[in-house]
Ligand binder design. Structure first.
Ligand SMILES: [Fe+2]
Length: 303
């Protein structure tokens, strides 16, 4: 009944050419043919794409695509959404074909964030090769761990959290209570929820009780095979002149060693390795009161 993984993300940009250079030279993801002038596709494994970037009127994250393992599970989720009063749009055959899936629908969470759900992923039989020499991205056997995770803002925190748990079947991994305003007596702190889908990734979705981001998302995360892949990407980001949003560091909850780089769409991309894996059937949720064990010094300055 639950979402299986984060299948893909969609971003928009006013400048496709800078996204192409960033993706190839910094992230090391593989360009794939889209058959269109207004869309760039990027691969990290044997899926036809994991990152879809379209020409738009602004630079922003657009939406995630959540994967279901079976049509029955997807249909059950659609029924739950509709029963709870959330409209679900079934997408036409050409949109479905463009996403390289068998069945596709779109809806919106209580915070107004659009998302897609799908089942029946296609495969690309051209071997994945990173143009920057990344040894590999971690997506699990047959890609079942998904592309990584996405972090969304949720000022209406409780309502949004319940939506993802009760209607889309996400499970609790970790609750965060973070004091990001200095931790003084005036700092009320903000809630975070780190939620897993039906795969071993520590979290596929996180919700933060933060003001809405003009960039549509806080960050997405891509996981690579090892620390050398992370360190080399850090060097490439500096050489490319990309904005480093957070220095190298290690998260308390998922143990990921990562840095954050700003994408041409304005949201950050966490680029890390050694993320904690769990068994969704037996995991006992934890609570974290710190974000990072070490590092992750944030730099919020705009370029
Ligand atoms: Fe993250």
């Amino acid at each position: 009944m639950a979402v299986a993984s984060l299948g893909y993300i969609i971003a928009k940009t006013r400048d496709l050419s800078s996204w192409a250079a960033f993706a190839t030279n910094v992230l090391g993801v593989m360009p794939a043919p889209s058959g269109r002038d207004d869309v760039l596709l990027f691969r990290i494994d044997d899926r036809p794409f994991r990152i879809w970037v379209e020409q738009g009127d602004a630079d922003a994250f657009v939406m995630p695509g959540w994967e279901f393992q079976t049509e029955a599970e997807m249909d059950a989720a659609i029924a739950r959404l509709r029963d709870a009063g959330h409209p679900v749009e079934m997408l036409d055959v050409m949109t479905t074909r463009a996403r390289h899936v068998a069945k596709l629908a779109r809806a919106m969470d209580p915070q107004g964030h659009p998302f897609e759900i799908f089942y029946g992923r296609f495969l690309d039989y051209v071997p994945f090769v990173s143009p920057a020499g990344v040894s590999g991205f971690v997506t699990g056997l047959n890609g079942e761990m998904g592309l990584g995770h996405v972090v969304l803002t949720a000022p209406s925190f409780e309502e949004t959290y319940r939506f993802y748990k009760e209607l889309l079947g996400f499970g609790d991994t970790d609750f965060g209570r973070f004091y990001l305003a200095g931790g003084g007596p005036e700092d009320k702190g903000v809630s975070f929820a780190f939620l897993h889908a039906q795969n071993a990734r520590h979290h596929s979705l996180a919700l933060g009780e933060l003001p809405e981001s003009p960039n549509g998302a806080v960050h997405i995360m891509l996981e690579v095979n090892n620390i050398d892949d992370v360190g080399r990407a850090f060097d490439r980001a500096k050489k490319h002149g990309a904005h480093i949003s957070a220095s190298m560091g290690k998260h308390v909850n998922d143990k990921m060693i990562s840095f954050y780089v700003r994408s041409p769409s304005g949201f950050d991309i966490e680029y890390g390795c050694q993320g904690l894996q769990l068994d969704p059937a037996t995991w006992v949720p934890t609570t974290s009161i710190a974000v990072s064990d070490w590092g992750h010094v944030w730099s919020h300055a705009q370029e």
